[in-house]
Ligand binder design. Structure first.
Ligand SMILES: [Zn+2]
Length: 485
């Protein structure tokens, strides 16, 4: 999922202004893009179909974890391709070389701390971060230095060399509870992403981060860490919130020492694929409306909410159109992305394939925010194009998802390069209050997905996809940030 901040006050005001002008437009405009009756049929077909949930059950219960390079990822490519062929979509596998990182042994115990009874050690629950370096098989023993932010890391620079650094930065669940889960994720997630390399630059022996997520239950949350193009791959792991708090309490009473064993391996890259499933358009077949989710998942669980739900919701769009016999003006392309979690090589392969014909990519949708109840969708259309989407709101109201929110840039995982090249991008806006409770943990399993919410998401994506595929007016294209990439 992506990281972003939003100026909601501005959006709210803009939305009111758009609503006022749109009511006038609705009353006078007889050349509506997609007719309301078709949108209603799409919505009803989605709400009465179990297709997406059935696909999700196959993906999670038959295959399970799908980290790129793994047998699960390869099996998922075939499953999704077969499922899309079975409903009559034109399927293509798009090659991408993907990283192949595998988890090894992972264990930690506190072997010394103030007032430790003789002979006692304490086990620390953790999970290796994607891309982590390895300790020797026998592990390492080193003092633990706890910091809460990067300033404190730099202040303690003299203690870092040879030590195990722990970033104890709590996930702010109250932000998530109030609809700001992306901000909460960004605030503590930056230590997972950038903390290990910063510690490595100061000579740390290993780096630990407090898990990025709420609802603790002593579960560690994995995820990618970035070495920023350096070769400083030290061992790096996420400890549970409870173990981070324990270490902070013990450290307040005196030095603590940890024995740490992490033996992941980075194996040679593997041949893999995005799955592209097309429903060809009619008079504008050369233009593509892409609707997508990512096929890979972290290795600790089934990846039901990240991103099995998003992927199968996108697949559900194809099933609805096929079932209703709809023929869109533009080509509708369902994409199952490979390697979103730890490299985005699938997104890169797609980008490379359309770079010299980017104007054919009319719009792109990705669902990668979980399976919570949908509230509407976000987009990065031009400010002056917001009104073109307004008629959709009435079609979204019956599933209680009438929000249309615009941002300058969505930065969705697999779409960011398309977006930066000027392709208007969209993502469903869903209730994410509990998303980060399970995100990248062993508890991201099928039971976390409420079937009715998945149906609502299919309905939302299908109406949005259809609307975009039928639009009379082209959307403006706003290339941005390409010079900084
Ligand atoms: Zn994801």
């Amino acid at each position: 999922m992506s990281l972003k901040l939003s100026g909601w006050r501005l959006h709210a005001l803009a939305a009111v202004a758009v609503m006022m002008t749109a009511n006038v437009a609705l009353a006078t405009d007889s050349t509506m893009d997609a007719d309301m009756a078709t949108l209603a049929r799409i919505r009803e077909a989605a709400m009465s179909s179990n297709f997406a949930y059935d696909r999700l059950e196959e993906l999670t219960d038959r295959i399970g974890p799908r980290l790129s390079g793994s047998p699960g990822a390869a099996a998922a490519v075939n499953l999704v391709a077969d499922d899309m062929r079975a409903i009559g979509m034109q399927v293509k596998l798009q090659p991408a070389k993907v990283p192949h990182w595998v988890r090894g042994a992972e264990a930690a115990e506190l072997v010394d701390y103030a007032h430790r009874p003789d002979g006692l050690t304490q086990r620390v629950m953790l999970t290796t971060l994607g891309g982590s370096g390895a300790t020797p098989a026998a592990g390492i023993t080193a003092p633990v230095v706890i910091v809460h932010n990067f300033d404190e890391l730099n202040q303690k620079a003299a203690q870092i060399k040879g030590a195990i650094v722990l970033y104890d930065a709590p996930f702010d669940q109250s932000l998530a509870d109030n609809g700001q889960s992306g901000t909460a994720y960004m605030e503590s997630g930056m230590f997972r992403f950038a903390g290990p390399v910063m510690a490595a630059k100061l000579g740390a022996a290993a780096a630990l981060v407090r898990s990025v997520g709420g609802a603790n239950y002593r579960l560690p949350h994995t995820g990618m860490t970035s070495w920023r193009g350096t070769d400083l791959r030290i061992p790096a792991a996420a400890v549970t919130a409870e173990d981070a708090m324990l270490m902070s309490r013990l450290a307040a009473q005196g030095p603590i020492k940890m024995h740490l064993t992490l033996t992941p391996q980075t194996l040679p890259d593997v041949d893999s694929y995005n799955v592209l499933a097309d429903l060809p358009g009619s008079d504008k077949a050369d233009e593509v409306v892409l609707v997508s989710g990512h096929l890979d998942s972290w290795d600790l669980a089934q990846g039901a909410t990240d991103d099995g739900a998003g992927l199968t919701a996108a697949m559900g769009v194809a099933e609805v159109f096929k079932k209703l016999g709809l023929k869109p003006r533009r080509t509708v392309r369902v994409v199952a992305w490979m390697n979103e979690e730890n490299g985005q090589r699938g997104a890169k392969a797609y980008q490379d394939s359309v770079n010299d014909k980017i104007s054919t990519q009319f719009a792109a949708i990705e669902s990668d925010g979980g399976a919570g109840k949908p509230l509407g969708f976000m987009s990065s259309v031009a400010l002056s194009d917001e009104k073109l989407l307004e008629p959709l709101r009435a079609a979204m109201r019956p599933i209680d998802a009438p929000v249309i929110k615009r941002e300058e840039r969505l930065g969705s995982g697999d779409l960011s390069e398309l977006e930066d090249a000027g392709v208007p991008s969209f993502e469903p806006m869903v209730d994410m209050r509990s998303y980060f409770s399970y995100h990248h943990t062993a508890a991201d399993t099928l039971d976390k997905v409420e079937p009715d919410n998945l149906k609502r998401q299919v309905a939302l994506l299908a109406m949005l996809t259809w609307y975009l595929a039928e639009m009379q007016e082209p959307l403006q294209r706003l290339p941005h940030q390409t010079e900084t990439r």
